[in-house]
Design a protein around this ligand. Structure first.
Ligand code: 13P
Length: 253
């Protein structure tokens, strides 16, 4: 089965609306006849402007985080319904920065993923081990635990279209230290195996599993050559137009 790759840019806490709109226009040009679908994750402040600037292009825009209730007394939060009302169709859930800096649990990631998909959003659920966990040989155990907590609550929804997994080893994020294609492939194959075990062959084959962690133009092709790597969630390199456009068009590198 062929899975359409996704190249996603997670801008984290960077770029004003004006800067984002400019970068998004360049990304849209690169995306025009690219193989991969392109999704951008600006800050929540910039996301609506970026979304409007992309009207008439296939590039989609999402939010980097979302709460699990649609409205109410939740100061500082944004919800799936409000994101969708702005045309923001994707949400990142369970990013390691949310887990580590903001203390979000595996269980909270599951609640958010379930609420967002139930509302009709598409979710990128992030999983991945820390350096200590890798060194202790716990990588697959950690990833399994995060999948159980993050994916099982979403189960009532049609999975492969609305739930994408991103394997982001914490030690590779923002460090310039990418997992080798072979190391990443090992975990991606494990994740697909987990889907197979839980939901069967068809869903396992249809589920997209992205890699994230110091992806750049120089390493994207090697990663994408792996059978279970279906795209990338790009941080730092998604902020530079030339670099990100080259990643979008990785087939031509
Ligand atoms: P970097 O590409 O900057 O390592 O960030 C990866 C990431 O966290 C994407 O969500």
């Amino acid at each position: 089965m062929s899975r359409r790759p996704i190249i996603a840019g997670n801008w984290k806490l960077n770029l004003t609306s004006a800067e984002g709109v400019e970068l998004a226009r360049e990304a849209a040009r690169a995306a025009r006849d690219a193989d991969a679908a392109v999704v951008l994750f600006p800050t929540s402040l910039a996301a609506p402007s970026v979304r409007r600037a992309l009207d008439g292009t296939p590039v989609e825009v999402g939010v980097q985080n979302v709460w699990y209730e649609n409205k109410g007394a939740f100061t500082g939060e944004i919800s799936p319904a409000l994101a969708l009302a702005e045309g923001l169709t994707w949400a990142i859930v369970g990013h390691s920065e949310r887990r580590r800096i903001f203390g979000e649990s595996d269980e909270l990631a599951g609640r958010k993923a379930a609420a967002a998909t139930a509302e009709g959003m598409k979710v990128i659920l992030c999983v991945g081990e820390t350096l200590e966990e890798r060194q202790a040989g716990e990588t697959l155990e950690v990833v399994r635990r995060q999948l159980e907590a993050g994916v099982i609550p979403v189960r009532a929804e049609p999975l492969p279209e609305s739930l994408v997994i991103a394997y982001e080893p914490v030690w590779a994020i923002g460090t310039g230290r990418t997992a080798s294609p072979e190391d990443a492939q090992e975990v991606h194959a494990f994740i697909r195996g987990w889907f197979r075990e839980r939901f069967g062959e068809r869903e396992a084959e249809a589920t997209r599993i992205l890699y994230g962690g110091s992806v750049k133009a120089a390493n994207i092709a090697g990663l994408m050559a792996m059978p279970d790597i279906d795209g990338a969630l790009v941080g730092g390199a998604s902020l530079k137009a030339d670099e990100f456009c080259a990643i979008i068009r990785y087939k031509e590198l």
